[in-house]
Every structure is written in structure tokens, then in C-alpha cells.
Design a protein around this ligand. Structure first.
Ligand SMILES: [Fe+2]
Length: 482
């Protein structure tokens, strides 16, 4: 089977999985042939893509981490706010995930706009369980954690859908209503003797950031429980990879970068590190574009973080990327991004919750074209200083006030970006966050940058929206992921 975005879906393609709505009703059954009418209906429902099966992909198995029945039952249970039954669902979920030999978050969740909150809750529960398993939590703790995740957004059920799914800017009043959901979720649980204090606390504080910039109470990391920290990371990860009326989904790779960059600001680093062990950079069954222009499907991964998977090309041949070091891969979005004309809406939504400040950004890159591109993207938002080499950057920082953020290329002659960043950290006492923006994405380089406590790592080519959102996140330390 393989994943195709709805834009790539064609009449005659055969579905590999049932698609159902938030009532548990089947929209289209597995093995069913897609028709133009079905595709149009799925588009209306807000389905981002589907798994299909064809000759090219018939031997590719993408495993669902929990059974579709359990997912469907979980969804229905949250829809009717059945707190009693959530315990039972949590128990089955823990047991299914513990029963897996290999745990990987390979399969994209197929959800519709109308069931977002319910599907999100089930997915966050799965992700929490995976993190909990990675942390060797006892089964009883896993049960509590998964229960908290299933219940964490119950308060959203009382938020008007026009606010919840608003494609554009939320007014300050609407944003306050949106933020109230964590407290409302807690209120629904607080009198219940059969829900533990640990679960209630995690639900109430699932939007707290470790630097104290979250809500409802602005708790810092040391004041938060482990459940709270895990739930926060899982919640944001799932929100990032979801398609919403106001935003396109991030790829697992992009979402991983976002989480990495948010360590110590929004997220607990240990929790993020554990989650990233299970996030496949190239999920099985997804379409990729090779750097030579050919396209294919991920056939096999030797490990979750493998940057050199085996790719099935469209003519059926298998290409082992370990033998093709000169080629690189990009996940294909199937043109999905072109479908959503709401990039501006997303931007304005982000603007709304931040106080405006003219930040100063320094970009260091030996390639003039790269610097020009950065200036083109950021010039109307920030004061941008362009620097052509590592030594010039150090010289500039000795003579001038420090910028608020440095964008750093890695592959530069004389002094490479990693060495430059190290010296800048020494000079500035780690006062200036450094975001690597580079074409290098081999594991060794990424790991080296991560170990340096960099604010983030963006691989070229990048989407302008992505780099803008990443820069804003670093500068403001806030998440607008709801
Ligand atoms: Fe939430």
C-alpha cells in the first residue's frame, strides 16, 4: 500500500483502509474503488490523503500502531464524552501497543475536519503511550497517561466550531475562549473520584511550556509533572502533522525539527528525544522525490531514523539509497500545499497572539543566492544583516550589538558553520539562538548540531512559511499550535 494525497488520488485507485467519520460510520470501505464523486466527497470532509493499494505497492505493508476498530471506538467514545469508557479504551490501547514487536509511528492518520478533536485525542493518546513505553513507564502509569491524553481536549467540545476551525485570525476574545479549553477539560473531571489527580493535573496543564510561557498558569518545567510534559509534546506533534482548515500538515521531518528547536523553550528535551526515536523521517509507503528528479515510494526502512531507505521507483525497480550516496530524498507533498490558499490566514493567526517587535536577524552563508533568498523571505518582517563568512560574523559580533537570532549555513570554506557557531556561543555566552539552515542533512551533522544546543535545524530547500514560522517560534517561544 502507499499513501497518496487527495490531489494525487484518481478514480479507479483502490483503497487499502476503511475511511470513517467521527460517528464511526464508514465513508468508503477498504478495497473500494475511488470514483470522482468519492474523491470530491473526501475533499469536502477535509481528508488530506488516503492509503491505496496497487501493483507498485502491493508488497509494502504499513502497520497501523493500533487496530482500526480501537481507533474508531476511541473516537466515538470521546465524541460522546464517555469518561468511563475512556478507561477501557486506554487499557486496550496500552495492551495493543505493548504487544507490538516494533513500534514506529509510520502510518499517517486519516482524519476529517469534523472529527479533528476526537481523532486528535486518540492520536495523542497513541503518541503518549509510545513515549511512555520508550521511557519504560510501568503499565499502570501508561494507563494513566493514555487516559489523560484521551481526555485532554474534552473542553474543546464546548467551543463553537466557527472558532475551533476558523481559517483566519482569531480575535483576542476568541483566542481567550480557545485557551479556556484546558480548564474546561479539567472542570469536567475534577469531581470524579475514579480519575486520578495525576490525570487531572496533566489535562489542566497540557499547554504549559517549560520556560513558563504557556497557559493556564505559566508553570515552568520544574513545576510540571512528567505526564504534563509528555502530553504537551504529543499534543503539539500531532497538531503539527495534521491538516487543518488554517494550515497545511508538517511532514514528520519538519515536525521533528520543530520539536527539536522547541526543546528547553516549549518542550522537555528528554521527552522530545524519546518521541523522535519513533518518528520515521521517511515513513513507509510515502512518496519521495529524488534529487535527480525521479520519484518513488519508501519501500523499506532499516530503522526509524534511517536517511537511506530503500525506494521503489515508479518503474518498479528498487533503489537502495545506501548505495546511492550522491542522491538525496525529499518527501513529496503531491502538490497538496498548492491546494490551500490560507497561508496568509495562518500567518495572520500567528501574528495575532504575539506582541510585535522588530527583531534583528543575522544570516551567515557563503552563497550569495542563499543570502538573497533569506533577505527576500524575511526582509518585510525583520531587520536582516547578511554576512558572507564565519570570520566576518565573529568580527561583526565583536563590534556590534548582538542580533536576536543567527541563521547559520554549515558548509562554508575556511571556517564551517559548526565551528563558527561554537565560537559565537563562546563569544556571546550562548545568548543568541542559532538556527542552522543548510543543505547538509546527514545524521552525523544533524546529531552534532543537536548536541550543540542549537535552536533548530532547517534543511534546504525549505518552504518560506516553514522558515518564517520556525523563526517566530524561536524568537517568541510560543506555540500557536491548537
Ligand atoms: Fe489542548
Amino acid at each position: 500500500m502507499r499513501y497518496v494525497t487527495l490531489r494525487e488520488a484518481r478514480p479507479g485507485m483502490r483503497l487499502a483502509y476503511d475511511l470513517y467519520d467521527s460517528f464511526g460510520r464508514t465513508l468508503v470501505g477498504s478495497s473500494c474503488e475511488l470514483t470522482a464523486v468519492y474523491i470530491e466527497k473526501l475533499r469536502e470532509y477535509g481528508v488530506g490523503g488516503v492509503y491505496i493499494t496497487d501493483r507498485l505497492s502491493e508488497d509494502i505493508e504499513v502497520e497501523n500502531i493500533i487496530s482500526p476498530e480501537l481507533r474508531r471506538e476511541g473516537l466515538a467514545c470521546i465524541r460522546v464524552c464517555d469518561i468511563d469508557r475512556c478507561h477501557e479504551i486506554a487499557k486496550r490501547m496500552v495492551s495493543e501497543i505493548l504487544g507490538k514487536c516494533v513500534v514506529s509511528l509510520d502510518m499517517a492518520d486519516l482524519r476529517t475536519y469534523d472529527d479533528y478533536t476526537y481523532a486528535h485525542s486518540v492520536n495523542v493518546a497513541v503518541i503518549c503511550c509510545v513515549i511512555g513505553v520508550g521511557m519504560d513507564l510501568a503499565e499502570e502509569d501508561l494507563l494513566g497517561l493514555v487516559t489523560a491524553a484521551l481526555l485532554h481536549d474534552l473542553g474543546k467540545l464546548s467551543i463553537p466550531p466557527e472558532i475551533l476551525n476558523k481559517p483566519g485570525r482569531l480575535t483576542p476574545e476568541e483566542y481567550q475562549i480557545m485557551k479556556s479549553h484546558a480548564t474546561v477539560s479539567y472542570e469536567l473531571l475534577k469531581e470524579r473520584w475514579d480519575v486520578s489527580a495525576q490525570v487531572k493535573t496533566a489535562v489542566l496543564f497540557h499547554h504549559e511550556n517549560v520556560d513558563g510561557s504557556g497557559y493556564p498558569q505559566g508553570l515552568e518545567g520544574h513545576e510540571q509533572t512528567l505526564f504534563t510534559k509528555i502530553l504537551h509534546v504529543a499534543d503539539v506533534y500531532d497538531a503539527l502533522v495534521s491538516k487543518r482548515p488554517y494550515k497545511n500538515p508538517y511532514s514528520p521531518y519538519e515536525a521533528s525539527e520543530y520539536l527539536m528547536g522547541g526543546c528547553g523553550i516549549m518542550f522537555d528535551r528528554k521527552v522530545v528525544d524519546i518521541l523522535l526515536r519513533y518518528v520515521p523521517l521517511y515513513p513507509k509507503g510515502t512518496a519521495v522525490i529524488l534529487s535527480d528528479g525521479r520519484t518513488g515510494i519508501i519501500y523499506e526502512n532499516a530503522g526509524v531514523h534511517n536517511l537511506r531507505p530503500i525506494v521503489r521507483l515508479l518503474d518498479g525497480t528498487l533503489l537502495d539509497m545506501t548505495e546511492k550516496q550522491n542522491l538525496s530524498l525529499t518527501l513529496s507533498t503531491g502538490g497538496e500545499n498548492e491546494m490551500i490558499p490560507t497561508e496568509d490566514a495562518e500567518e495572520s493567526r500567528k501574528e495575532m497572539i504575539r506582541e510585535w517587535k522588530r527583531y534583528r536577524i543575522m544570516a551567515v552563508d557563503d552563497m550569495k543566492t542563499n543570502l538573497q533568498m533569506i533577505r527576500g523571505i524575511l526582509d518585510n518582517l525583520y531587520d536582516v544583516t547578511l554576512i558572507k563568512s564565519g570570520s566576518q560574523a565573529l568580527h561583526y559580533l565583536e563590534k556590534n550589538p548582538y542580533p536576536d537570532l543567527i541563521l547559520m549555513d554549515i558548509d562554508m570554506p575556511e571556517m564551517n558553520g559548526i565551528e563558527t557557531a561554537r565560537r559565537i556561543q563562546e563569544l556571546t555566552g550562548h545568548a543568541v539562538p542559532i538556527l542552522f539552515v543548510t543543505a547538509l542533512c546527514d545524521r552525523e551533522t544533524v546529531m552534532m548540531c543537536r548536541s550543540m544546543d542549537a535552536a533548530g535545524y532547517i534543511v534546504r530547500p525549505y518552504k518560506p512559511t516553514y522558515i518564517k514560522s520556525e523563526i517566530k517560534r524561536i524568537l517568541t517561544g510560543r506555540s500557536d499550535v491548537e
